[in-house]
Ligand binder design. Structure first.
Ligand code: IPD
Ligand code: CA
Length: 266
């Protein structure tokens, strides 16, 4: 798709994200904890995640006939060899359940291994972040850029703790220990898509996480790239959408982070 076609598509995708966000905001008011289901240790799903996903799929399908879907709550959806909508219908489910005000809808459009359009709607702050390839990155109508930070020592770095922390727990603790001695601050806000949106607008300097899924990072990666930042896997390579590892931020900072990741994750 051309930049003009993506630009034409983006406003409707924002509306769709906002509609799902309005549904999530309303559901939170009378949230019933007995409806929570567990998908694994510390990994929950509610009827709100599932209904939001169905709303998004129904609304996005007619926009791009032939595009497939990769979504967090249903792995039986049809995928395409060409374009796929990669969706997290409620990123930050644990925050949502606990009433911690940081959760969002994340919609990415991915061609092969490359994200070409992304919309992240953070429900509580009513902030819609969006970007498309060649069109820049935006927050509620204003252009955004990553921070101008040149070194890790000046950086506030966000991360997430994977649910299956057992696999890499030693490496994760080693990285945290090294970063605590190096960075200005470390944050864990509980929604990877929001972490990446905040990197795109310079609130966070950088973000990294291992064990992450495509629906957590598909929208955020094009946002950070179009905001002038670098996105990579832990080896400074390009396998970050489906490779379950991500680093993003200004180029100098991601370079320093990837050296630390390579040392501890083999
Ligand atoms: C999770 C959040 C969290 C990140 C996890 C994700 P969910 O998504 O983005 O910040 O650390 O890796 O799975 O379960 O809230 O949609
Ligand atoms: Ca998620």
């Amino acid at each position: 798709m051309t930049a003009d076609q993506l630009a034409a598509l983006c406003p409707r995708v924002q509306e769709i994200a906002r509609e799902a966000g309005a549904y999530i905001r309303n559901e939170r008011k009378a949230f019933d904890h007995t409806t929570i289901e567990s998908k694994g240790r510390n990994n929950f799903v509610t009827h709100v995640d599932k209904n939001s996903e169905q709303m998004l799929v129904n609304a996005l399908a007619p926009l791009l006939p032939g595009a497939g879907f990769i979504t967090e709550e249903d792995d039986t959806r049809e995928r395409s060899a060409d374009y796929n909508w990669v969706i997290d219908p409620l990123d930050g489910t644990t925050n949502f359940i606990h009433g911690i005000p940081c959760y969002c809808v994340s919609i990415g459009l991915v061609s092969g291994n490359e994200s070409v359009l992304g919309v992240i709607y953070e429900v509580n702050m009513d902030e819609c972040f969006y970007a498309w390839k060649g069109g820049g990155a935006w927050l509620n109508g204003k252009k955004i850029r990553v921070a101008a930070t040149k070194s890790l020592s000046e950086s506030v770095v966000a991360t997430g703790f994977p649910y299956d922390v057992g696999t890499h727990s030693h490496a994760y603790v080693q990285v945290l220990s090294e970063l605590l001695k190096t960075v200005r601050g470390l944050r864990r806000i509980g929604a990877a898509a929001v972490d990446m949106a905040y990197v795109a607008c310079g609130r966070f300097d950088a973000f990294y996480e291992s064990g992450i899924n495509a629906w957590d990072v598909a929208a955020g990666s094009i946002l950070v790239q179009e905001a002038g930042g670098k996105v990579s896997d832990f080896k400074n390579g390009t396998d970050f959408i489906f490779g379950r590892q991500i680093i993003c931020g200004p180029e100098e900072v991601t370079g320093e982070l990837s050296l630390i990741m390579e040392k501890h994750f083999s």
